[in-house]
Design a binder for this molecule. Structure first.
Ligand code: BV8
Length: 242
């Protein structure tokens, strides 16, 4: 509890707060994380299932895998951590969330400022034109672009792909301008997102980490909270609302 009180005390003195979330944020919503013991990458090789070459080697399988993940996300919902983070916005001049997650749960929970660093699983784009496409013909697997005939693919950032420039630049500015940086539910293994807490720290921000286990970013923490984000964030919000 002490670290939760320390985090709330630091936040009560903050005006500008930036946040980085990872798969742990949605774990209590029933969405699998990637690198926990029996996580996604333990079952699916990311170089096959989350790269362009992997998609081209087995387009039908990769497309169907994303369809299954879309169904799981639709059948679940944001958890108390997402809602607490959204309500926390009123406690500061601004609170901006940069998420590595592609489930869209921060938006659904009501967060107003969300930078989707790795895209959104419910959006699609043409593989060849690299531009978003709507009204997809799902009778073909994977669907084909109605403008050029190339494959349609999920509009998410695969390994080896650049992050969306605007989202990435905004997330970097948030990290450099904030008083406090909260890191929630990420192993800190995927770059360049993993570098954001260090950018904040270098500019003098306090860093709060909420994670159930150790992460690659722990040494940056001013406050380290070992716990579930769906339980910890509502407790922090309660202390801030006092
Ligand atoms: C890039 C989207 C520039 C798709 C994902 C070779 C060539 C090119 C690039 C590289 C290369 N070698 C390395 C790189 C860089 C690479 C990278 O970082 N690799 C790592 C693995 C070493 N990065 C990239 O490729 C990025 N692009 O660098 O572009 C470039 C371009 C060309 C050439 C050179 C450079 C793109 C990375 C994005 C990849 N896309 N996903 C999809 O999801 O299908 S990755 C995937 O990892 C997800 O986005 C995920 O969010 C992300 C990070 O993982 P986490 O979110 O942290 O999840 P994880 O399971 O790891 O951890 C969960 C944590 O939560 C754990 O710590 C756990 O303890 C905790 N937890 C669990 N439950 C809870 C909890 N905490 C709190 N409460 C709970 N209840």
């Amino acid at each position: 509890m002490i670290s939760i009180e320390n985090a709330a005390r630091i936040l009560s003195l903050s005006k500008k707060v930036a946040v980085l979330t990872g798969a742990g944020m949605s774990q209590e919503s029933g969405i699998e994380t990637f690198r926990d013991e029996n996580g996604v990458w333990a079952k699916f090789d990311p170089m096959v299932w989350a790269t362009v070459d992997g998609f081209l080697s087995r387009p039908k399988d990769v497309w169907n895998w994303y369809q299954e993940r879309r169904a799981t996300i639709r059948n679940n919902k944001p958890n108390q951590g997402h809602y607490a983070l959204a309500k926390m916005e009123k406690c500061f001049d601004w609170l901006a969330v940069a998420t590595q997650n592609i489930d869209g749960y921060h938006h659904i929970a009501g967060s107003a400022t969300v930078r989707q660093l790795h895209g959104n699983i419910f959006e699609n784009k043409c593989l060849a034109e690299n531009i978003g496409k709507k009204d997809i013909d799902n009778s073909v697997v994977p669907p084909k672009c109605h403008d050029c005939g190339s494959f349609i693919r999920p509009d998410v950032v695969w390994f080896g792909e650049m992050l969306p420039e605007t989202e990435w630049n905004l997330a970097r500015t948030d990290a450099q301008d904030c008083d406090t940086y909260i890191v929630i539910g990420t192993s800190g293994m995927v770059w360049p997102a993993a570098g954001l807490p260090t950018m904040a720290k270098r500019k003098g921000a306090k860093v709060i980490i909420i994670n159930t286990t150790e992460s690659e970013i722990d040494q940056r923490a001013d406050v380290l909270i070992r716990g579930k984000s769906g339980e910890v964030l509502p407790q922090i919000l309660k202390l801030l609302e006092k």
